[in-house]
Design a binder for this molecule. Structure first.
Ligand code: PLP
Length: 405
């Protein structure tokens, strides 16, 4: 992929801003032009035009891809309509009936559903394992294993897996290591440098970052794989729209800055949650008490914006907490400027078998928080009042219901 002239700045924040500024742009526009066109005129039959039809490629989408590749420091990037269409295109483009996949047992609910309920029907078997244990991943490999797919930190428990150790497991095999880097992005974690063969994103989350678009991306090191995925994307029709690509380019410009502040805010909130008697456990990669701490400080530049915690008041407490929020928003997204709280067991991971949920730590009382860019003092105040209500409801509703019944 041709990278734009200014894409080679060595430092991340400069690259994030300048990777999409085309010094040769018509009119000298500093922002990437939004080319809202389905089709492109060809000067003659057989003309080798750069773009023909926006299901195959589009100049604004191509500018996003060049910027994502430059930012990540990988040669190839493709942008997709959603994170799930990115993952679906990757898997349909690389797997065939009889193949096997090893997947982390804590992953985005849609990835689990795609492997467990859809690809299984087409003869692709998946083994779900604890990917924070590289030896468990090694033990699950079969001669026909095509991919090891992991997230780190994983959604929603924030378990951390050691990407370099997993790369040691897949090296010298026919298995590609696919890392979903949605939670940290290349601003905080270079999974390609740690040994991932393929990096996938939901750009819906931090990369666009403003709760305004859905989108996805696949980045890789191998030209043959890239060309194959480009062909599959054109065939399936899973490309990103020009308008969303334009907004995502704008999001990318502030990504490192936002990730830094998300991480600062989240560390403060995580430490505060950990100090509370009402909180049973807190999972945040940069808390010393978190299981993945040693790996996280080695492979991440900061902790990121996601926290998972559990109230002692369990399911009822979680429901009351979510209902009581006045600043953070109860919703099924993450990675945006607004803080968002999710109850995975009833929302994002409702499709995962309850026994499997319990086994992988997605308990009924688990609360996932995407810490936004509000003043952290306001978030702590909001969580404080919601925790008080959750505590009161779990103590006081029982006698009240006894009276009524
Ligand atoms: C949201 C998400 C996805 C799916 O992305 P969509 O844009 O919602 O399709 C995949 N992986 C992770 C880690 C996510 O958080």
């Amino acid at each position: 992929m041709a990278s734009l002239p200014s894409a080679d700045h060595p430092r991340l924040q400069t690259r994030a801003i300048h990777a999409s500024v085309d010094r040769d742009a018509p009119f000298g526009s500093v922002t990437t032009p939004l080319i809202q066109s389905t089709t492109f005129r060809q000067s003659a039959i057989g003309d080798d035009a750069a773009h023909t039809y926006s299901r195959a490629s589009n100049p604004t989408v191509a500018a996003l891809e060049a910027a994502l590749a430059a930012f990540e420091g990988l040669p190839y990037a493709l942008a997709f309509s959603t994170g799930m269409s990115a993952i679906t295109t990757l898997l349909l483009g690389t797997l065939r009936s009889g193949d096997h996949v090893v997947c982390g047992n804590v992953v985005y609910g849609g990835t689990y559903r795609l492997l467990d309920q859809i690809l299984r029907q087409f003869g692709v078997a998946t083994t779900f394992v604890d990917a924070s244990d590289a030896e468990a991943v090694r033990a699950a490999l079969r001669p026909n294993t095509r991919h090891v797919i992991v997230e780190t930190p994983a959604n929603p428990t924030l378990d951390v897996c050691d990407v370099a150790a997993l790369a040691d497991v897949t090296r010298d095999t026919d298995t590609l290591l696919v890392v979903d880097n949605t939670f940290l992005t290349a601003a905080l974690q270079d999974v390609g440098a740690l040994g991932a063969d393929v990096v996938v994103y939901s750009t819906t989350k931090y990369i666009e970052g403003h709760n305004a678009t859905v989108g996805g991306a696949v980045l890789c090191k191998d030209e043959v794989l890239h060309n194959r995925l480009d062909f599959i994307r054109k065939s399936l029709g899973t490309i990103q729209s020009p308008q969303n690509a334009w907004l995502t380019i704008r999001g990318l410009k502030t990504l490192p800055l936002r990730m830094e502040r998300h991480s600062e805010n989240a560390l403060l909130v995580a430490q505060w949650l950990e100090s509370r008697d009402e909180v049973a456990s807190v999972s945040y990669p940069f808390l010393k008490s978190s299981a993945g701490y040693a790996t996280a400080i080695r492979q991440q530049r900061a902790g990121g914006g996601m926290i998972a915690f559990e109230l002692k008041s369990g399911f009822d407490g979680a429901v009351t907490f979510c209902r009581s929020l006045q600043c953070a928003i109860l919703a099924e997204n993450l990675g945006a400027v607004e803080s968002i709280v999710t109850h995975p067991a009833s929302m994002t991971h409702a499709d995962v078998d309850p026994a499997e949920r319990e086994r992988t730590g997605i308990t009924d009382g688990l609360i996932r928080v995407s810490i936004g860019l509000e003043d952290p003092a306001d978030l702590i105040q909001d969580f404080d009042q919601a925790i008080q209500r959750a505590k009161r409801s779990s103590v006081s509703t029982k006698p009240a219901t006894e009276v009524v019944s």
